[in-house]
Design a binder for this molecule. Structure first.
Ligand code: MBD
Ligand code: FE
Length: 310
């Protein structure tokens, strides 16, 4: 037997009361948001006949999600972080702010305050016997002019697909660096070819993905924040061509313009110049920034991040 009470006057009044709508204290924006969450929640409970067992399973799921610090992972996996990008893209289109390297999601694994170096850096600490990777490129503006001194803040996984800080077995800031580009906007770094990421198999995000019949894998990728005075902050990633999951990313971050060709080489003359032996890999990738004089647009959006002062 189904009953329909959610849209009745007493229930609607009750939801307003629970959202603090009738008091003068608190935060009006939070009241608006929570009121909507409650209204939509009771509608879902009613429309989909949510049982008490399902309700309490969901409550417990939130507890587990938080205790495992996976809320940021779940919103990536459900495509909500990508949706926030679609929203920003649509706003940009409406404002005519077009061109440049596309944004894509930050993900949950950035750590603030990586070592800063000039023009070049080595990202890996040498402990992971991955294939040496030499990546270089130029930061430019929409007119193709170099952006001198741009900051390239780069982070990536190791060959096990894990990130330093979140993987405490890695050294501090391993595979994380900030590189200030030279007077021609050029940057370069030595690293190792990353492996794709997989959600912790025993965690709540993967547990839900299993229920959706989905995997929790990302293609091999490298994250970037690119910033410079007079330009719009860019949050993006490159995804490595040839990866099995390139167009099957559980976090939906791949964009055609962000697919980077990776060249594997056994050329030992070149290897020697690079100071390595055996197989190595190269990536060339330029970033193009939109111009902006607005100070807020020049900085990354506010969000709680590891080791970031607020
Ligand atoms: C990652 O490395 C990542 O980039 C995202 C978006 C989600 C989980 C792990
Ligand atoms: Fe990542």
């Amino acid at each position: 037997m189904t009953v329909h009470i959610s849209q009745t006057e007493p229930v609607q009044q009750f939801l307003k009361e629970a959202s603090g709508v009738f008091n003068d204290a608190g935060n009006p924006r939070v009241k608006t948001l929570i009121h909507r969450v409650l209204k939509d929640s009771v509608k879902i409970i009613e429309d989909l006949n949510v049982t008490p067992e399902e309700f309490w399973a969901a409550v417990n799921y939130l507890n587990v999600l938080g205790s495992r610090q996976e809320a940021g992972l779940l919103v990536a996996g459900l495509g909500l972080e990508h949706y926030m990008d679609l929203q920003l893209d649509a706003q940009d289109e409406q404002a005519g702010q077009l061109g440049g390297t596309p944004r894509t999601i930050e993900g949950p694994l950035y750590v603030a305050g990586a070592p800063l170096s000039q023009h070049e850096a080595r990202l890996d600490d040498g402990s992971d016997a991955g294939t040496p990777l030499f990546m270089q490129g130029q930061v430019k503006d929409i007119d193709g002019q170099p952006v001198p001194g741009a900051i390239v803040d780069v982070w990536q996984a190791n060959t096990g697909g894990t990130y330093s800080y979140f993987d405490p077995s890695q050294s501090e800031f391993n595979l994380r660096r900030r590189i200030q580009a030279d007077s021609d906007g050029r940057y370069r770094f030595r690293s190792i070819v990353p492996s794709g990421y997989g959600c912790p198999p025993d965690g709540p995000t993967q547990q839900l993905l299993d229920q959706l019949g989905r995997h929790g894998q990302r293609p091999a990728h490298i994250h970037f924040f690119i910033s410079a005075p007079g330009h719009r902050h860019l949050t993006t990633q490159i995804n490595l061509a040839g990866d099995k999951y390139l167009y099957d990313d559980f976090a939906y971050a791949t964009r055609d313009e962000l697919v980077a060709e990776i060249r594997f080489s056994d050329d030992q003359v070149k290897a020697k110049q690079y100071g390595v032996s055996g197989t190595f890999a190269e990536i060339d990738f330029d970033f193009t920034l939109q111009a902006s004089e607005a100070p807020k647009a020049q900085q990354r959006g506010e969000r709680v991040r590891a080791l970031e002062e607020s």
